[in-house]
Design a protein around this ligand. Structure first.
Ligand SMILES: C[S@@+](CC[C@H](N)C(=O)[O-])C[C@H]1O[C@@H](n2cnc3c(N)ncnc32)[C@H](O)[C@@H]1O
Length: 228
């Protein structure tokens, strides 16, 4: 599949009827093409970038970790390195193709399940750490608050959330590109909850205490928070 067609055929989370670009949201059902694009987008620094996010999560050996919107499992595997030798990481994604791809590549400490961020099928307090990278903008805007409420529910008291997503460029060509590719999913349309800058508000609104916020060059924003 060519890049242009891939960008146009990532499916909406509500079913196959909606057409979105890669960055507009919904599931991604072509893991191999996603890998190529993602590797290029990180200009050869993808592994290091995910290792940094994994370190920022504060996960420790023995922790039980959930990776929401795990995709091909890059962060899931980076988290597995943090929680070794006896921790466990569960990767969750709404795309069966992503789950199959990630499942074929993860170490024994990783398992992968099909599911939606806004409807997590885990018991209360099941995890020490919940992480999510570049996936929140794929969750429908109206479901994002429910997704953060679910992440809080499945964390134990004192557990940590680390969420990272794209930070839109602030001006010039980059901003215009973000607008064209992502629309409100990333670039924002002024409506609360549709702009990724609303991330901190959604995390705090779900009852988390924000511990750290930061940026990773060139286009990543992350937040780490604790469940009181
Ligand atoms: C841009 S990818 C990020 C994948 C991975 N976390 C990474 O950093 O490479 C976003 C992922 O979110 C998944 N996704 C979309 N909607 C979702 C939802 N409601 N719940 C869980 N995953 C979802 C997509 O299928 C896709 O694999």
């Amino acid at each position: 599949m060519g890049l242009g067609r891939f960008l146009l055929t990532a499916r909406g989370a509500g079913g196959g009827g909606h057409r979105h670009g890669l960055f507009r949201g919904g599931t991604i059902d072509h893991p191999r093409t996603y890998e190529v694009i993602s590797t290029l987008a990180f200009a050869g620094k993808r592994g290091g970038s995910f290792a940094r996010l994994a370190a920022l999560s504060g996960a420790r050996p023995g922790d039980r970790v959930l990776d929401v919107g795990c995709g091909t499992g890059c962060l899931t595997r980076a988290m597995a390195a943090r929680i070794a030798p006896d921790g466990r990481v569960t990767g969750l994604d709404l795309s069966p193709a992503m789950i199959a791809y990630a499942g074929a590549r993860g170490p024994a400490s990783c398992s992968y399940v099909l599911g939606a961020a806004q409807d997590l099928a885990f018991d209360d307090g099941s995890f020490d750490v919940v992480v999510s990278s570049y996936a929140v903008h794929h969750v429908p805007a109206e479901a994002r608050r429910a997704a953060f409420a679910q992440m809080r529910r499945v964390l134990r008291p004192g557990g940590r959330l680390m969420v990272a997503d794209f930070r839109p460029p602030r001006g010039g060509l980059g901003r215009r590109l973000a607008d064209a590719l992502a629309g409100p999913a990333i670039a924002g349309d002024g409506t609360p909850g549709t702009d990724i800058d609303a991330l901190a508000g959604m995390v705090a609104g779900a009852g988390f205490t924000i511990e750290a916020e930061g940026r990773l060059r060139p286009v990543t924003r992350y937040i780490r928070a604790v469940r009181p």
